[in-house]
Design a protein. Sequence first.
Length: 260
Amino acid sequence: MHTRVRFALTVTLLSVSAGFIASCRDVAGLDDRSSVSLSVMTPRSTSTTSAGSLGVPSGTITTSGTSIPLGRISGNGHVLDVQFADLTIGDVRLDRRDGRGDEDSDTDGRHTSDGVFRSGPVTIALPLNGGTLTPFTSDIPFGTYDELEADLEFVRLRGTYDGQPFDETIAIQRELALRLSPPLVIDADHSGENVTINVDIGSCFVDAGGTPIDPRRLRTDTVLRSAVRDCMKRTLRAFEDHDRDGDDEDSDSDRDSDRS
């Protein structure tokens, strides 16, 4: 008799505990997620704001206030023809404004409260003459996110300069923190959201006089190499882009971001 009573009491307590835990998870929104995509775009025309002078000696890089498609750049009798441009980035994630993001993972490898698009490095083939692609889609926990973080590792360029072939890998090794302003809200009323990173690195391969830079110079010219690295980071920006058109000023209420 006592055994039956203890068994019934145990079952009852387990049921109450399970219901309490489920209720807590519902209140905390721990199981609530929404699919969010991340796009990468390169400019088609001279349309974005310059990152400004990089403070390097004349004859290297000074941005001109315009965006330059990376595919083919000509000026002063020289031609930089980029035929392949591969960007390698890692640990791409949205950072929560409330500070609840962490690096702990549950049993399936998913971070418990960060908005993680990608863990580890991945290489993206950039559109050379302007365009948008969407390499990542992830289930992001409900929350408010005010920063897109990623590790910018390197860029590999292949093509010709004045008809001479080159194959150069530019190590960047920079941690990006691209601020989203206003923050990105993910909840039951905001599903299917998209964030776009504008990769405007073509402008980083034109010197102060308008001459395209020979990527092979980066092997030995440490000042130029540092300027290109800094330029790449400074020209990147991120913004909410619900319709994935790469335009942060159109009528779909896409929201611009501030550079970090």
